[in-house]
Design a protein around this ligand. Structure first.
Ligand code: DQA
Length: 150
């Protein structure tokens, strides 16, 4: 049986993980997070397609492209969380289960980080768990998909 495919998307500046404000985001690089996601996915019977972009349109294009073969989306929209109606619209448009992840606890940070355009359409939101949040999101996604998805 083919594995269920989950798109793991990362927004702007997450390519700098490991060197970017490590006191907030930790020492792991995005490549480390990608390895952890693949390892977690293996144990859950999922296949992960892991991507990062600094460009809003590229994240949206990947969502559109994935709508026929991806069964769920785990997304750390980074700063676009707080600014992008277009990204939230794309997530709604493809009508797949969505889990929003933030490495930091955005609610303990500046007020502009407290609002998310994505949370209102997400099935779950995980924040403040560090990069473990990606693994938790994949675990939850496996449960959602085993229950039939959206
Ligand atoms: C972030 C939180 C956002 O507010 C910020 O813009 C990021 C990363 C996080 O993972 O904690 O770039 O999404």
């Amino acid at each position: 049986m083919s594995k269920r495919k989950v798109l793991v998307l990362n927004g702007p500046n997450l390519n700098l993980l490991g060197t970017r404000e490590p006191q907030i985001y930790g020492a792991e690089t995005l490549a480390d997070v990608e390895r952890r996601c693949h390892a977690a996915a293996d144990g859950l019977g999922l296949e992960v397609e892991f991507r990062q972009s600094n460009a809003e349109h590229e994240l949206i294009d990947w969502l559109h492209a994935g709508r026929h073969d991806v069964e769920g989306v785990v997304i750390n929209p980074a700063a676009y969380t707080h600014t992008s109606v277009a990204l939230a619209d794309a997530l709604s448009a493809i009508a797949k289960p969505v889990i929003e992840v933030h490495i930091s606890n955005v609610h303990r940070r500046e007020p502009f980080r407290h609002h998310s355009y994505v949370s209102g359409i997400a099935d779950a939101v995980i924040c403040g768990c560090g990069t473990d949040g990606y693994v938790f999101a994949l675990q939850r996604m496996a449960t959602i998909l085993s229950q039939g998805g959206k």
